[in-house]
Design a protein around this ligand. Structure first.
Ligand SMILES: [Zn+2]
Length: 364
């Protein structure tokens, strides 16, 4: 089902106040609108704790160029926004598009966002708290910036162009450095009253488990993110020097990544099987909790680990079916793989700029 953005309500706050911040752009309003109609390009950025991924969408909302750089972690907000804009410029070059034709920059970031002020309230994986992220980036790139939680961006991308299309009740999980989450309830994005809602990665699945970046212990993302899987993989390798996984990463523990245990499993390595089983146990606990709370029609799994497809989803569906509250009858949630893969967050972030940010998800 297609979303009609033009009928969506305007979000409170930011869009109306933007023109004041760009007096030079107002002078050329007519010219700019003409350019937008003819050649308006949208930049979308997936700002991760490890990498910055940027993409350019054309007016048909097709992704026509991408670039990726390393996140300057721990170097502060200024370095982060500078690196982000440089990544957008690289993506423009790759797309063969002048940055002058960009009408907006949408950014998905791992944290909670105040939609009205454009401030990043709390991003523990980026070490930023109550940061004027949008203001600083707008100052740098001289065009409107739209900031949103990364999980919400991935959901927006999948809902508009991917696996969640046509569903009015959907949840998106992005398994990366952390776990990004986006929740669609009755066709509306769920943010909570203060913008901190939907942080599924920080749901505790093991009391007194390992410390999470949020300060609690045993959060879902400590176990079921790509980082969690890598930690489990390296632990299993240390405990079994004969595991085939050593061979798969050239004898270098630091080269073991989220694909290592799945490759080992294919070759019937016992330590790899134990690792994947442990990872799936925690993933299934978190996914079942989310389904019990929201009972979405679709739960879409993306991020690096999501690329494992049926090797991951087949056993996950079986584990969830055994424990979900609704298991005794009625319709069951479809657990699906992301259709857009790594691009979901970029595409969703780019879409934020469409209709000047009035992108509220409503299934019409
Ligand atoms: Zn946490």
């Amino acid at each position: 089902m297609e979303a009609d953005f033009s009928k969506s309500p305007k979000p409170a706050g930011r869009a109306g106040g933007k023109t004041k911040r760009f007096p030079s752009m107002n002078k050329n309003k007519g010219k700019r609108e003409k350019a937008m109609k003819q050649e308006g390009y949208l930049a979308g950025v997936d700002l991760g704790a490890t990498t910055i991924k940027a993409g350019i969408l054309n007016e048909k909302l097709e992704l026509i160029g991408k670039a990726r750089t390393l996140t300057p972690a721990g170097k502060g907000g200024e370095a982060l926004t500078a690196a982000l804009w440089q990544t957008v410029l690289l993506a423009c070059r790759q797309a063969g598009v002048s940055e002058k034709l960009l009408t907006s920059v949408g950014v998905g970031c791992p944290g909670s966002v105040d939609q009205k002020s454009g401030r990043l309230l709390h991003a523990c994986n980026l070490s930023l708290i109550d940061d004027d992220f949008s203001g600083r980036l707008e100052g740098l790139c001289q065009r409107p910036v739209y900031l949103e939680n990364d999980g919400n961006c991935a959901l927006l991308g999948e809902w508009k162009k991917g696996a969640a299309a046509g569903f009015s009740q959907a949840v998106m999980l992005t398994l990366g450095t952390g776990i990004g989450g986006g929740i669609l309830v009755d066709g509306k994005l769920y943010r909570g009253f203060n913008g901190f809602g939907g942080e599924v990665g920080h749901m505790v699945v093991q009391a007194d488990g390992p410390l999470c970046s949020c300060g609690r212990r045993g959060c879902f993302e400590v176990y079921a993110s790509a980082s969690g899987l890598i930690r489990m993989t390296r632990q299993a390798m240390k405990e079994d020097r004969d595991s085939l996984m050593w061979k798969l990463c050239g004898g270098d523990l630091l080269k073991a990544d989220g694909t290592t245990p799945f490759l080992g499993l294919q070759q019937k390595d016992e330590a790899a099987r134990r690792t994947v089983t442990l990872f799936l146990k925690y993933l299934a606990v978190g996914v079942t909790n989310i389904i019990n709370l929201f009972q979405p029609e679709a739960l879409v799994i993306g991020g690096g680990v999501g690329r494992q497809g049926e090797a991951l989803l087949g056993p996950l569906r079986r584990l969830v079916a055994e424990q979900v509250y609704s298991r005794y009858g009625g319709a069951q949630t479809n657990i699906l793989s992301s259709a857009l893969g790594d691009d979901a967050g970029i595409i969703g972030a780019g879409l934020l700029g469409k209709e000047n940010g009035s992108y509220e998800m409503s299934v019409l």
